[in-house]
Design a protein around this ligand. Structure first.
Ligand SMILES: [Zn+2]
Length: 214
């Protein structure tokens, strides 16, 4: 189970704790996982740049979720991901990614609603070396959907089609991010069969129970 730290402004992560996380990744030889949504809207570009520059300063390589799927011990690194459907802002951030040689992962939901012009932008991002992965069809709370409709319906309605839509466009899917990080052990076991890499989220604010297992 991969647990990413929320970089969005609302999560209120301080520069000091971000630097601490990058230092720990370097010192312990681990990959630090960070995620956000919409550059400029939910997360400041300056925060993204702080991560990218911080990785560069510490000699931390950028790791995508495909990299996790294809190699065992990755050593130290930074895995930055962006969720949902903010294709245009992601595309606008390309110069920033390029400046630092960053490779990031985009977990896309509602792919069916992405128009052709934006699909071409997803293609550009993939061509730049970024990783395109699945995040359900309609961004449902997965455990809740399973409770209401059953696991088979979840797999048929929300999980598998989100992979199929990306693969139809030529992207190889090996990872899946749970919307809201909401997961169960039952779901993990069922989804690992097709996507060996599963990403949940770690809440950085107090008083909220992390969906990530310790
Ligand atoms: Zn999401």
């Amino acid at each position: 189970m991969h647990c990413a730290i929320d970089l969005d402004t609302k999560a209120n992560i301080s520069t000091a704790s971000l630097d601490g996380a990058l230092d720990r990744a370097r010192d312990r030889g681990q990959v630090v996982e960070l995620y956000a949504h919409n550059p400029q809207k939910t997360v400041k570009l300056s925060v993204i740049e702080h991560v990218l520059a911080g990785a560069q300063e510490r000699g931390l390589p950028f790791v995508t979720y495909t990299d996790f799927a294809h190699s065992g011990g990755l050593g130290a690194g930074v895995a930055l991901s962006f969720d949902d459907t903010s294709v245009r802002p992601w595309h606008d951030a390309r110069p920033l990614f390029q400046q630092y040689g960053a490779r990031v992962t985009f977990f896309i939901s509602r792919f069916y609603a992405i128009a052709d012009a934006e699909r071409a932008m997803v293609r550009d991002l993939a061509d730049d070396g970024h990783d395109i992965e699945a995040h359900t069809v309609n961004h449902v709370n997965s455990p809740q959907y399973v409770e209401e409709h059953g696991l088979a319906a979840y797999l048929k309605d929300e999980y598998q089609p989100s992979i199929d839509a990306l693969e139809a466009e030529g992207y190889q899917v090996s990872a899946f991010a749970y919307p809201f990080g909401a997961r169960t052990d039952e779901l993990d076991a069922a989804l690992r069969v097709r996507t060996p890499i599963l990403r949940s989220v770690e809440f950085s604010y107090s008083g909220v129970v992390s969906p990530c297992p310790e």
